[in-house]
Write a protein that binds this ligand. Structure first.
Ligand code: G6P
Length: 608
């Protein structure tokens, strides 16, 4: 979604800002803009489309300054036009502001400002905020920002400049992340650490309703009432090379192929094989309550929701604890029943998804113990939960989530073993399970060898506009995830279903033009899935089976077979998802789609 970068220091600001915007491109955007102060003048450039279009517009015009703010916008209020792009100004054109989030009461505020004679240049809620701060400005930008934000309902991450205070940037947040990178004699403020880490690993994370006034003499943080707040300086562990493509053409491919290593990192130091034990240090503060819990609710959105469905099977089967999965967007408004002993676990790659965060807060309001399974270190969900586990799979840049998915499933598999062992599982059974889990990176490496076969299949069906994905049991969430991957990046319509449900309606769609991906690995449902394959075949559907290595029987049933390594049933989702990720990736490349920045999608959805 929208991205913020701001710079104040000794170096040329413009290249640092545009480079920062490029680091945020992956989040999804449709227009971009920049404002700098030079010789007492506010200079602004905005453009629709890619950062490269903005760079062309800037040319060499904005050289010779060391302070500025820049933004990528993902349209919410008002179309993606140049006039709606950020930065927005106050009525005198002396203040510039960039904003992530939504000002919910912007209509009331706009009417109030119009009554004061202020004219608006855009349709955005953001301009209302810029005008409001301008309205309150009396020579102290920090004070004006705090004053205006006290009137605002909604969410914001903002950075503000004023020509009368050319050595100051004011930043503030509520519900939309903002990080201040602290370098040597310079500050880089951004909504995402990826725009900061090439400059400095030292950061502070602003919390909700905090305002930072950053100047050449240092920075100070307060709440909206101007009471000082002390912030801790933390270190971002991501490395710059994790944000580079390396030998790959797309981040999605890089991240698909990184999965073995990512999972090794996610499991490192957490599995003690001789003891048959899982150690998740981040859960320590909540361990007593967690082990005694009566019910677990997993809440998430998108791909993380699919990982949660796998988690539900694992937690019920291995830990024997009742577990439910809830779409965060539904859970938050449903007035959910949270009884004594309920643990709510929010699962999120970014740790910033607005619905997941709201679901978490709803659970906290109702007294649940809340945990997070999050990738982004220091993110809001990570900080607001009672305890949690980081994925440690490294930054995920491709909008279509891949390594975060397998990372989430791996953590859930470890959590199931941890709880199972504490409740009823034997040492030997746990050891065997963990032994198999720790070997999953090698099994994934093997599954990645399917890349050329998946490319061929994708090429053969590239004209098909409808695909079906079927799976049962643990493979049902994988069918959903496979279909989502295809939709997201290749814009081909795909539906994922529990295989047996097909006969209750979707079977009417099947004909010879319909590729049907069926996950038919060796588990207790294999025979049932075979019957479902027969149902597809007898209607002329083309079957692409994901099957267990060595399964000869399937050769009579499927036109295409993607063999994955034979691993214990509970861990099969970690290998069966691999060919489906590859299939979607190759289909998108063959269709000429923008794999890493698919249309209309955002990496991190920080609005409702
Ligand atoms: C967006 C992304 C998805 C992601 C979902 C949840 O829709 O495009 O890839 O699965 O948000 O994101 P989270 O960061 O909470 O896992």
């Amino acid at each position: 979604m929208c991205g913020i970068v701001a710079y104040l220091g000794q170096r040329e600001a413009t290249p640092i800002l545009t480079e920062g915007l490029k680091r945020l491109e992956y989040r999804g955007y449709d227009s971009a803009g920049i404002a700098v102060i030079r010789d007492g003048e506010l200079l602004i450039r905005r453009s629709v489309g890619r950062i490269s279009a903005l760079e062309q517009k800037i040319g060499s015009d904005l050289a010779g300054t060391t302070v500025g703010i820049a933004h990528t916008r993902w349209a919410t209020h008002g179309a993606p036009t140049e006039s709606n792009a950020h930065p927005h100004c106050d009525a005198n054109g002396r203040l510039a502001l960039i904003h992530n989030g939504i000002i919910e009461n912007y209509r009331v505020l706009r009417t109030f400002l119009e009554e004061q004679g202020i004219e608006f240049a855009s349709e955005t809620d953001t301009e209302v905020l810029a005008q409001l701060i301008g309205h309150f400005y009396d020579g102290n930008l920090g004070k004006a920002v705090r004053r205006a934000l006290r009137e605002v309902r909604g969410t914001f991450g903002i950075a503000v400049l004023h020509v009368d205070e050319p050595d100051t940037i004011v930043a503030a947040r509520r519900g939309s992340p903002l990080i201040i990178g602290i370098g040597k004699d310079e500050y880089v403020i951004a909504s995402d650490a990826s725009a900061i880490i090439q400059h400095t690993p030292q950061v502070i994370y602003l919390s909700d309703n905090e305002v930072a006034v950053v100047s050449r003499d240092g920075f100070h943080t307060t709440n909206l009432e101007a009471a000082p707040v002390t912030k801790e300086i933390e270190e971002v562990e991501w490395k710059l090379e994790q944000l580079e493509l390396g030998e790959h053409q797309h981040f999605m491919a890089k991240e698909i192929f990184e999965q073995p290593e990512a999972l090794r990192n996610g499991m490192r130091g957490r599995i003690e094989l001789p003891d048959g034990k899982v150690v998740l240090g981040g859960l320590a503060p909540a361990m007593r309550e967690l082990v005694r819990c009566k019910r677990i609710i997993l809440t998430a959105c998108g791909t993380a929701w699919h990982a949660s469905l796998v988690g539900e099977y694992l937690i019920e089967d291995i830990a024997r604890i009742p577990c439910e999965v809830e779409y965060a967007s539904e859970f938050r408004y449903r007035n959910p029943l949270i009884s004594d002993g309920t643990v709510v676990i929010a699962i999120s790659q970014s740790g910033e998804t607005a619905d997941t965060l709201a679901a978490l807060r709803e659970a906290q309001e109702k007294g649940a113990l809340t945990l997070g399974i999050v990738n982004s270190v220091g993110s809001t969900i990570a900080r607001e939960t009672d305890a949690g586990v980081y994925l440690h799979v490294g930054p995920e840049i491709g909008v279509a989530s891949t390594k975060a998915f397998t990372g989430q499933v791996t953590i859930l598999a470890m959590l199931a073993a941890l709880l199972g062992r504490r409740r009823h599982m034997s040492h030997a059974a746990c050891q065997e399970y963990l032994n198999a889990l720790s070997k999953m990176p090698e099994a994934i490496e093997k599954a990645l060898e399917l890349t050329s076969q998946t490319r061929q299949i994708a090429a053969r069906f590239i004209e098909s506009n409808n695909w079906l994905y079927l799976g049962r049991g643990l493979q049902y969430p994988i069918a959903l995830e496979g279909a989502l991957k295809l939709k997201e990046i290749s814009y081909i319509h795909a539906e994922g279903l529990p295989a047996a449900e097909m006969k209750h309606g979707p079977i009417a769609l099947i004909n010879e033009d319909m590729p049907v991906v069926i996950i038919a690995v060796h588990d207790h449902l294999y025979e049932k899935v075979v019957s479902n394959i027969e149902e597809v075949r007898s209607r002329g559907g083309h079957v692409i089976a994901v099957a267990t290595e060595g399964d000869e029987n399937i050769r009579h049933l499927a036109e295409d077979i993607l063999y994955v390594p034979d691993v214990p049933a509970a861990l099969q989702p970690l290998v069966t998802v691999i060919p489906l990720q590859l299939l979607a990736y190759h289909a998108a490349v063959l269709r000429g789609c923008d794999v890493d920045k698919p249309r209309n999608l955002a990496k991190s959805v920080t609005v409702e």
